[in-house]
Ligand binder design. Structure first.
Ligand code: HEM
Length: 267
């Protein structure tokens, strides 16, 4: 039977590719100034506005990489601040070369990738949303319904997930409540927040719509919210992939490619 329509499948895979390339190019851009601030302006002198920094400390023969969040410093040697370059030497970059696009320090190229895929994400997202609204799928499949949001149903779904027991048979043909909360959260809250904070950082948009960066409490606050929303999208992606892998990857990914699925017998 048909599980996912063509529009859902095409927009899903374009979205997956765009999000991954946006994450990687965004990490490269972040590395050009690996500090985050609240307010309108931010610089190395404005320590009082800074809440996050990624850096490295001596001794330079055996350097330490760290992340400092609101004054709490965590050792992240090998991943953040200091990682291994492709030649095996120590590389003093915020995120390791394998996580960024392009892999070396190159702000101009990273911004080109980032802005190109940001527009693709926006167009693709609008197409998905228009389709979801016009077909009624948004209410039928994505937003949790009142019955699903009952305490008993929520608790049941949490317990089933914790036991790694996923719906089978007819029940698997519709998203369960935690899945709907995650999909609605990522599509209707996080992605719009990423897009609006991204636009708020653009000088052209600042000139056209000054209210856009005021909405977030200033340009540096918009950059901070952009980063936090990115971390949440990345966390969604990791959990999403783990759950797809645990709940029958060939069947699930096959259905997201071909659109078709066979109804399994209930256990
Ligand atoms: C690249 C690896 C990815 C794989 C293998 C993958 C796989 C899947 C599969 C199999 C489903 C259907 C689940 C089901 O029928 O129960 C699905 C749905 C979904 N995925 Fe992904 N996904 C990936 C990346 C992403 C990314 C990066 C995002 C967004 C940040 C995303 C957001 C969604 C959403 C919102 C749905 C529901 C779509 C709808 O029904 O309209 N996925 N994914």
């Amino acid at each position: 039977m048909l599980r996912h329509s063509l529009v859902v499948r095409v927009t899903h895979w374009i979205n997956a590719a765009a999000i991954i390339l946006l994450l990687m190019s965004g990490l490269n851009i972040f590395g050009a100034h690996a500090r985050l601030y609240w307010g309108d302006t931010g610089s190395v002198e404005q320590r009082d506005r800074q809440w996050l920094e990624i850096g490295a400390s001596p001794p330079w023969r055996t350097p330490t990489g760290w992340i400092d969040i609101a004054g709490i410093r965590l050792d992240t040697t090998g991943f953040l601040g200091v990682s291994q370059s492709r030649t095996g030497s120590a590389s003093f970059v915020a995120f390791p070369h394998w996580a960024t696009l392009p892999s070396g320090r190159d702000l101009a190229t990273a911004r080109n990738w980032h802005f190109a895929f940001a527009w693709l994400l926006i167009m693709n997202g609008l197409l998905w949303l228009a389709h979801a609204i016009i077909t009624g799928r948004l209410w039928r499949e994505i937003l949790p319904n009142r019955r699903q949001l009952s305490r008993a149903q929520l608790w049941h779904d949490i317990v089933e997930h914790a036991r790694l027991r996923f719906p089978r048979g007819e029940a698997a043909l519709s998203y369960a409540v935690l899945q709907r909360i995650a999909y609605a959260g990522v599509t209707l809250v996080l992605t719009p927040a990423v897009i609006l904070t991204g636009l708020a950082m653009s000088p052209g948009m600042n000139a056209a719509w000054p209210w856009l960066d005021a909405l977030w409490g200033g340009r540096q606050s918009a950059r901070s919210v952009h980063f936090i929303a990115m971390v949440l999208v990345a966390a969604f992606l990791v959990i999403h992939l783990v759950l797809v892998l645990l709940s029958g990857p060939i069947r699930q990914i096959g259905a997201m490619i071909t659109g078709r699925i066979t109804v399994e017998a209930r256990q």
